[in-house]
Design a protein around this ligand. Structure first.
Ligand SMILES: CC(C)(COP(=O)(O)OP(=O)(O)OC[C@H]1O[C@@H](n2cnc3c(N)ncnc32)[C@H](O)[C@@H]1OP(=O)(O)O)[C@@H](O)C(=O)NCCC(=O)NCCS
Length: 300
């Protein structure tokens, strides 16, 4: 399809936030509804919280698509040196299939290229054929399948190895471990987790495992988490769930190639809800250890 000549992309402004939040909720709920699922975004505030957080982290790369004088979509680019993340990308359902998503993704890729990004990453729902094609058209390649699911927390799980709560003094060790395992270097995102959530660590002087978690409204989201070996990752997952109220809905994404981690998770009652695709435009090397990525922030 040719570009919609009426549409253009511009930086997001404070006054755009209510439109961005409404479009975020409508676009995701409609995309899920069309495929037979219930709504995923119940709360109008979610899109605004995400947009506000990203505006504080990456003020220059929060973008909106405007058609005529109307904001019809938004997208976010998170540049972290030579790597970057993209997302979430949403176009108002009544303005979809008009080339706005492609226009936005071309702008995001151009900005990443201009900043010298060698590896631009994102996570998409594998059942969303529209976004899969859209990202493929601007150069993204599917590099990993992520298994999206949840389990119920139990207080009686044993932890073999001691873990401890990270402080700001651990930031450089956490960042270094993630750089080694995943190839991304993102201190400000880990700083955000120290402020908004909690990060658990294994190892003292030499941190060899790290897991962040966010607990909100009776739901715990695990990740990002990295470790060099399976046992450390399992210890971190157990330590991050045993202090939660029993039966807390605990969600995470597990790379499908971490088959041993998945097998252990199934034994702990992990239920799979859907699959996602980890897509990369540019350089990519397989993870050098265990990685639990997250959809927030979408920088890794
Ligand atoms: C994904 C999304 C951003 C795309 O926005 P959009 O404005 O509709 O996208 P565009 O019109 O620019 O491009 C869609 C392209 O996909 C193509 N496409 C759609 N279904 C396709 C299919 N089954 N096979 C091949 N191509 C397909 C369209 O034909 C179009 O290409 P064209 O411009 O050459 O016709 C939008 O659908 C959306 O907001 N979805 C809900 C939220 C979401 O899932 N976001 C992505 C999160 S990872």
């Amino acid at each position: 399809m040719a570009y919609d000549s009426e549409a253009h992309v511009r930086p997001m402004q404070g006054g755009d936030l209510p439109h961005v939040a409404t479009i975020f909720r409508r676009a995701f709920n409609e995309m899920y509804r069309r495929r037979g699922f219930g709504p995923v975004v119940a709360d109008q505030a979610v899109g605004a919280v995400i947009a506000e957080t990203y505006r504080s982290l990456d003020p220059d790369h929060c973008l909106v698509v405007v058609r005529g004088d109307r904001v019809v979509g938004s997208g976010f680019l998170h540049i972290r040196g030579e790597t970057a993340g993209a997302g979430p990308i949403t176009i108002d359902p009544s303005h979809q299939s008009a080339g706005c998503g492609l226009l936005l993704m071309r702008e995001i890729c151009a900005r990443a290229d201009q900043a010298g990004v060698r590896s631009l990453r994102l996570i998409q729902d594998a059942f969303n054929e529209v976004s899969f094609c859209l990202y493929g058209r601007v150069g993204f390649v599917a590099r990993e399948t992520l298994v999206r699911g949840s389990f119920r927390s139990r207080p009686d799980v044993g932890v073999r190895r001691a873990t401890r709560r990270a402080t700001k003094a651990d930031l450089s060790s956490i960042v270094a471990l993630e750089r080694e395992v995943v190839g991304v270097d993102r201190p400000k995102d880990h700083e955000l987790f120290l402020r908004m959530g909690e990060t658990l660590l294994t190892g003292d002087e030499q941190v060899d495992g790290s897991l962040s978690r966010l607990v909100r409204g009776g739901v715990a989201v695990l990740g990002p988490a990295v470790s060099r070996d399976l046992d450390t990752m399992l210890d971190l997952i157990q330590a991050a769930t045993r202090d939660l109220p029993t039966q807390t809905d605990t969600r995470l994404l597990v790379p499908a190639t971490h088959h041993d981690l998945l097998t252990a998770m199934y034994e702990a009652g992990f239920e799979v809800h859907s699959l996602c695709t980890y897509m990369v435009r540019g350089d990519f090397e397989p993870f050098r250890g265990y990685y639990v990525p997250t959809l927030f922030p979408e920088s890794g």
